[in-house]
Design a binder for this molecule. Structure first.
Ligand SMILES: [Zn+2]
Length: 363
């Protein structure tokens, strides 16, 4: 699937188009022992001498990682490492001609994005380990009280950042000093003194570009805050990388709500924050194939606004008829058997009907 040239003059669009075509076999298929696994592919690593497959190639993002020699990076980085005389322009050119689109991202921007995503991956990996350690007891009981099972928490890739000190320690562990200072400066130092759940936020191509925090001692929307600079994700709905190519999109408000819905097998789910379905977020979902939106937002106002924007964009909107006693999607899913939310999605109300109903009730 191609996303028009003018819309995708960036790496995110290029990588998304190639991921949709499952480009990995074309790029890594010449490696000895290359074969598919549950999460992607595995092959013998070309960067150290060994005949056992140790190079993990992700199925859902443009990344690779050797768990023996530690080589890791994205597809452009892989091409550059394999052929020393290849320039950045050559590597991008090869991907561009495969995808049939051109991008304008220069080498400096590519490197800074790669460094950011690799750093965040390493930090999030550490945060996941923290959540399952002794330190994570309070956070795990919080999640348990909310009704999440261990399997769900693992599948949601949640982590725990105990406090500011831990952020610096994890940066120490994964980065060399000059880079570390630059990265730490770029990260908003808002870990604070309270432990927070870390929620990985990925761009449309699945690259980790930000971490959101959920204060386990706080309540409501205020409990959520960005832990890192979110500029690169301003236009990306949460979980967009899993919803690419779906014509039917389920929009839920709240990150844990979206993760849970995705986890229980609802396809095409994206999450939006307290600003609802903003024009930017809507444009991105439409660019990646969305035509029909099923709205499960927390307020009548957010629903009105979303319907307006969706219809103005020439798409179709329907509203999930969640019983009124449930304030959010998550509460509904938790209180009912899993299939019921799926059933609810089959009985949505067309926007027109919902609008007339809610105009009447507001009179
Ligand atoms: Zn290796």
């Amino acid at each position: 699937m191609l996303y028009g040239v003018s819309m995708t003059s960036d790496l995110e669009g290029l990588y998304s188009a190639l991921l949709d075509r499952q480009y990995q076999p074309a790029l890594f298929g010449d490696l000895e022992g290359f074969h598919s696994t549950a999460g992607g592919y595995i092959a013998c690593c070309p960067f150290h001498a060994e005949r056992t497959p140790t190079l993990l190639i992700h199925g859902s993002r443009p990344g690779y990682f050797c768990f023996v020699c530690g080589a890791r990076g994205d597809w452009i980085d892989y091409l550059l490492r394999r052929k020393k005389d290849l320039s950045y322009g050559d590597a991008v050119g090869r991907l561009e001609s495969e995808a049939g689109i051109r991008i304008s991202t220069g080498e400096v921007l590519w490197r800074s994005e790669l460094l950011l995503s690799e750093t965040l991956e390493a930090m999030q990996g550490r945060a996941v380990a923290e959540l399952w350690s002794e330190i994570g007891l309070e956070a795990r009981s919080y999640l348990g009280l909310r009704g999440y099972t261990q399997e769900e928490i693992e599948g949601m890739e949640l982590g725990l950042a105990p406090a500011a000190q831990s952020l610096h320690e994890s940066a120490d562990a994964v980065l060399s000093p000059p880079i570390r200072e630059a990265v730490l400066e770029a990260l908003r130092a808002s870990y604070g003194t309270q432990p927070v759940l870390t929620i990985p936020c990925r761009d449309a191509a699945g690259r980790l570009m930000g971490l959101y925090g959920r204060d386990i001692r706080g309540a409501g929307e205020r409990a959520y805050r960005p832990l890192t600079d979110m500029t690169r994700l301003r236009h990306v709905p949460f979980l967009m990388h899993r919803a690419r190519g779906h014509a039917r999109i389920v929009v839920v408000q709240g990150f844990l709500d979206a993760l849970l819905a995705d986890r229980i097998g609802i396809t095409g789910v994206v999450g939006v924050g307290r600003s609802g379905l903003t024009p930017d977020l809507l444009a991105t979902t439409v660019r990646y194939g969305a035509r029909k939106f099923l709205l499960s937002l927390d307020t009548v106002q957010a629903t009105f606004q979303a319907i307006d924007r969706i219809e103005a964009a020439g798409c179709e909107a329907e509203v999930v008829d969640r019983p009124e006693r449930y304030p959010d999607t998550d509460a509904y899913i938790r209180d009912n058997c899993i299939n019921k939310f799926g059933k609810l999605l089959e009985k949505t109300i067309p926007a027109k009907e919902w609008l007339s109903r809610n105009h009447e009730s507001s009179l």
